[in-house]
Design a binder for this molecule. Structure first.
Ligand code: PGA
Length: 248
């Protein structure tokens, strides 16, 4: 039986961002105290720009919302310019009416990564769980910092970053891959699968192969995104390039 993903395909990345921003605005209208899980990366930049545009037009209200980001570099402070906390401030939080006290983040400067992981899991529980988790996908099928591996950790944990992942984050660290921290904290796949609904967004030809495998392949720790097949409420929003290897 094919997995129960709902797949929507739009002509380009801008149309994908408009659709996803409209869905988030709609979810916030239905439940103002929405608990949102958010990603970083290049893909959500258009989404965050679109949400900023809606906020400026008074068309989206984050005032009662809570957010949890998926992951953060370990060994740098939240205020470091390269941190994902700073990324989110720059691209989204500075532009919407979210209450800073309801922005939840993994603390990359925590003394104990294990304690920080437990704290984050508890904070998600105390917020009532994540209602809507937005996800990007790495071209190798990673979700958050859950990289392809022989085994995956279920819950929020410390990750050693692969050289290619450090390279792809170099831009945040002045273009120098060596300046990218070697470790990160990430929600685990079980943390992610606990969200009540999930929207995965992928754009560009670079994502076409892993999108195809995610939709039609078997579940494997070598493709962490394939675990989304275990979830009953997943929307996949693609542009035509990311959908180009799907036969629907
Ligand atoms: P990208 O990253 O949006 O920069 O392609 C996605 C991801 O790694 O999750």
């Amino acid at each position: 039986m094919p997995p129960a993903h709902r797949i929507s395909i739009f002509p380009g990345a801008q149309a994908v961002a408009r659709e996803l921003a409209a869905r988030i605005a709609h979810s916030l209208r239905k439940k103002p105290a929405l608990v949102l899980g958010l990603p970083t990366g290049r893909t959500p930049l258009l989404l965050y720009a679109e949400l900023a545009r809606l906020a400026a037009a008074g068309a989206v209200d984050f005032s009662a919302a809570t957010t949890f980001n998926l992951d953060e570099f370990y060994g740098i402070s939240p205020s470091h310019r390269g941190s994902y906390r700073s990324f989110m401030q720059r691209y989204l939080f500075d532009h919407v009416n979210i209450d800073g006290d309801r922005v939840q983040f993994l603390d990359g400067s925590a003394a104990s990564a294990a304690d920080e992981g437990c704290r984050y899991e508890k904070a998600i529980d105390e917020a009532g769980g994540i209602d809507l988790q937005i996800l990007g996908i790495g071209s190798n099928g990673h979700i958050g910092f859950n990289e392809p591996a022989a085994a995956l950790e279920a819950r929020t944990h410390l990750v050693t970053l692969k050289p290619e992942t450090r390279r792809s984050n170099a831009e945040l660290f002045g273009g120098d891959p060596e300046a990218v921290p070697t470790q990160a904290l990430s929600m685990g796949m079980a943390t992610i699968l606990d969200a009540r609904s999930i929207v995965l967004v992928a754009t560009g030809e670079r994502k076409a192969a892993c999108v195809e495998k995610l939709v039609t392949g078997s579940i494997s720790t070598q493709l962490p995104a394939s675990f989304l097949q275990l979830h009953g409420d997943v929307d996949i929003i693609l542009d035509e390039a990311a959908a180009s290897k799907l036969t629907l």
